[in-house]
Design a protein around this ligand. Structure first.
Ligand code: ADP
Ligand code: ASP
Ligand code: MG
Length: 440
């Protein structure tokens, strides 16, 4: 069986939901993972923030506006009287819950419950729409099988066992619809797989059922060789290896959640990226096939903090790096890039929630400099560190101030740390010289 995932834009309008119907209605039984309609999760995050800041009138106002948008959409999408009433009953329940949330004290669990409603709404509506269109479809409630453990990793044994139970209990159907993004945590409270997490849901389910293939349907024709939001003339990449796709997703290609590839790479389950608005376009196939050497794509990750840790005692002091790493471990902050010299170590983090505490501890044995608003620009391709053209990189970027460089950590990745204000210029320049073959 295949797993299909449709993102926010794909379920964000009546026309696109009709496209989704045509794509999935091919006579083959499948699992369909849906995101919230585009914009909804952002609205829900804002509502939760308003509650946190005690701006309750604003929260209520947003809930009411969203309610009206949903009711208008339902009237256009679900024209069958009985189904329309059924969907409105469910959706009213969701909006009552959101209004009640504005009276409750703020907590992370409250926030997660609010943010989870987007996927619950979209799946209920699309399931009813498919039934209206004569397609046999059933809902598989993600909160009955999707769970993360204490380390926030998918609890695969639990997910496998419970997915099977939920699937076996569902009505025999052609399409089995489930919510992306949402899950339970190790306390059985509602949680989520972080923003963009529906991609991750799809590959977790793909791994749990050993799917034939996972298809991620979005609003663009596959992974492009550079960020199309910032760079002109980007092009889709037909084939990527799991390693290449994992690097690109982790280092900022927004089209994929950073962990998307992790669950499926061991079993080599192929992942296909496709465009809901242009289903004929080839898209991108992520598989275990490696391709020719050379830079294939560039991605960038923003909001990076660089930390330089200097210590006279570092000179030949074994155990110094262990001491540094332990501090980051205690504060559950992962390090992305690292470079060392005889007197200093520079590293980067993207989660600065515990930065103050980390700095306080580092300052007990070293002097520390912090630079915020940095971006990691990541070049990815099979064996690029060995490629004969790679030396050109330094020529191309001679005017860009590079703060750190990571070369050889993996053969498939070269990462540069630059100031975020130089990012667009850097991406465009790399694009022109590496892919458009502009001569130096
Ligand atoms: P969905 O809601 O379907 O999950 P996303 O907005 O999360 O869609 O991801 C698709 C978007 O990712 C595209 O519209 C595009 O603007 C952006 N994007 C960023 N980098 C890339 C890239 N390298 N290739 C393709 N799309 C990218
Ligand atoms: N709806 C969630 C988000 O906007 C998950 C997703 O779209 O993948 O982040
Ligand atoms: Mg996404």
């Amino acid at each position: 069986m295949k797993v299909f995932k449709f993102g926010g834009t794909s379920v964000g309008s009546i026309e696109n939901i009709a496209n989704v119907k045509n794509i999935i209605n091919d006579g083959q039984k499948k699992i369909v993972v849906l995101s919230a309609m585009s914009g909804t999760t952002n609205q829900l995050v804002d509502i939760a923030n308003n509650i946190k800041e005690n701006a309750l009138n604003q929260a209520v106002d947003k809930v009411n506006k969203l309610h009206d948008v949903y009711f208008e959409t339902i009237d256009k999408l679900i024209v069958n009287g009985a189904l329309n009433a059924d969907v409105k009953t469910y959706v009213s329940g969701v909006f009552n819950l959101l209004l009640e949330s504005t009276y409750k004290p703020f907590s992370e669990v409250l926030e997660n419950n609010i943010v989870a409603q987007g996927e619950l709404l979209s799946t209920f509506m699309v399931n009813a729409y498919l039934n209206q269109e004569g397609i046999r479809s059933a809902l598989l409630p993600a909160l009955n099988f999707m769970r993360i453990d204490k380390a926030k990793e998918p609890d695969m044994a639990y997910i496998k066992a419970n997915f099977k139970k939920v699937f076996d209990a569902a009505n025999e159907s052609e399409i089995y619809i489930t919510q992306g993004f949402i899950c339970l945590d190790d306390n059985d409270d509602v949680s989520n797989l972080q923003r963009g997490g529906s991609d991750y849901t799809a590959t977790i389910i793909g791994a749990a059922i050993k799917a034939e293939e996972v298809q991620i349907w979005t609003d663009i024709d596959g992974m492009h060789n550079n960020d199309p939001r910032h760079v002109e003339n980007t092009k889709p990449i037909s084939n990527l290896s799991f390693d290449e796709a994992a690097e690109l997703a982790y280092f900022g290609a927004k089209i994929l959640h950073p962990q998307t590839v992790t669950p499926v790479r061991e079993d080599c389950i192929p992942v296909r990226l496709k465009n809901t608005m242009d289903p004929e376009a080839y898209g991108t196939l992520i598989s275990d096939e490696t391709s020719e050497n050379g830079v294939k794509a560039i991605a960038a990750k923003d909001a990076i903090t660089a930390i330089k840790i200097k210590s006279g005692r570092m000179l030949q002091a074994h155990g110094f790096l262990r001491k540094v790493f332990e501090i980051f471990e205690v504060y559950e902050t992962s390090i992305d890039m690292i470079t060392t010299s005889e007197v200093a170590v520079s590293l980067t983090i993207d989660d600065d929630k515990n930065l103050d505490k980390i700095l306080a501890e580092l300052e007990t044995f070293s002097s520390v400099e912090v630079d915020k608003n940095q971006s990691i620009v990541c070049l990815v391709g099979h064996s690029i560190v060995n490629h004969q053209e790679t030396y050109k990189l330094f020529q191309i970027l001679q005017d860009v101030k590079i703060r750190m460089i990571s070369y050889g950590g993996s053969r498939n990745n070269i990462s540069l740390l630059i100031n975020s204000k130089d990012k667009i210029n850097t991406l465009q320049k790399l694009n022109d010289y590496l892919f458009e073959l502009v001569t130096l």
